[in-house]
Design a binder for this molecule. Structure first.
Ligand SMILES: [Zn+2]
Length: 329
């Protein structure tokens, strides 16, 4: 006889009993049904959960992706802004290079740089590129940017050195007018070059400029230098004159101030003078028809036009623009 299992149920209310009989097979079948049921529930739950997690992760990835694209966009914008600021630096650097007497940076250096062949052309929509392509594009651009910043950096060092030389050079550059208009009324009466000789009327190559002023008007050195000639006697065409060497072995300039009435008594041959130092007074000594300063600039042993050699020729010409005055000198 097969083994039976019995469950007896008592009811308190009716004092009756009920019996449930099970065979081993019944229990086994019941257990199988339960297992299948629990298994199905679990499988469905796991599936729902994993779908949910997948959707959640997908959503998060998509958010991260759009945040990344917007970061890339911002990086590109910052890069464009820095690039245009670098362009401005290149432009001001160009002006400074001219001031410092340096050759301009070759434009090919700049053009070869940003937007070079390897990077994504700026007119291409970023839509067509993956994030990793866009990021590597930024990396390429930044690398090029770094190179250009380094070029500009060394250019600025060269400019600093060049300007220092320039400053030194300008000290020895006869760049100002030898008479201060606040110290007496003056007129430019004769310019440099061919003219009719004021005394003989014959054709003459005037080797300086003539500035008419009253006798005693102070005359100044036009640049730093060393007194090399003090001609104190009135004989000769130029009468009393001073010759100053402005470090001519390096910069080429010598100046001469002639027809003076007087030389500054403190000056000796070899005296060091600074720009604007008083060297004498206007006179009418030598071959002249009236009081004036004959001022010469010699550069590399050749007479040159003092107006053109002024470091600001326009200012010099404006200063001496005196219409209608052309008195013999
Ligand atoms: Zn003259």
């Amino acid at each position: 006889m097969p083994k039976k299992f019995r469950i007896v149920l008592f009811s308190n209310a009716t004092s009756s009993t009920k019996e449930l009989n099970f065979s081993k097979f019944h229990i086994f079948a019941f257990a199988c049904v339960c297992l299948v049921f629990i298994g199905s529930i679990t499988a469905v739950s796991v599936n729902i959960l994993s779908n949910y997690l997948y959707a959640f992760r997908l959503n998060r990835l998509s958010q991260e992706r759009s945040a990344m694209r917007s970061d890339i966009k911002e990086l590109n914008q910052s890069y464009e802004e820095l690039n245009s600021r670098l362009s401005m630096l290149f432009n001001s650097g160009g002006d400074l290079r001219r001031e410092a007497n340096l050759d301009p940076l070759s434009s090919s250096i700049r053009e070869a740089g940003i937007g070079g062949s390897e990077s994504i052309p700026s007119n291409q929509s970023e839509f067509f590129f993956s994030e990793s392509e866009l990021i590597s594009d930024i990396a390429i651009k930044l690398n090029e940017f770094k190179r250009l910043v380094e070029i500009q950096e060394s250019s600025f060092f060269a400019i600093a050195a060049g300007l220092e030389n320039q400053k030194e050079r300008l000290r020895y550059f006869p760049s100002v007018v030898p008479i201060n208009p606040n110290e007496g009324e003056i007129h430019l009466t004769d310019r440099f070059g061919l003219r009719a000789d004021p005394v003989s009327g014959a054709a003459d190559n005037h080797q300086g400029i003539d500035i008419r002023g009253n006798i005693g008007t102070p005359v100044h050195a036009t640049a730093d230098g060393k007194v090399v000639v003090l001609h104190k006697t009135t004989n000769g065409e130029l009468g009393i004159y001073v010759r100053i060497d402005h470090y001519s072995s390096k910069y080429g300039f010598v100046t001469r101030y002639a027809h003076l009435s007087k030389i500054n008594p403190n000056l000796k041959v070899g005296s060091i003078v600074k720009r604007w130092d008083n060297i004498g007074e206007i006179g009418a000594t030598g071959r002249t028809t009236g009081p004036h300063l004959h001022y010469e600039v010699i550069r590399w042993n050749r007479h040159v036009d003092p107006e053109d050699e002024s470091w600001d020729p326009k200012m010099f010409k404006r200063f001496y623009a005196e219409p209608g005055v052309n008195e013999p000198g």
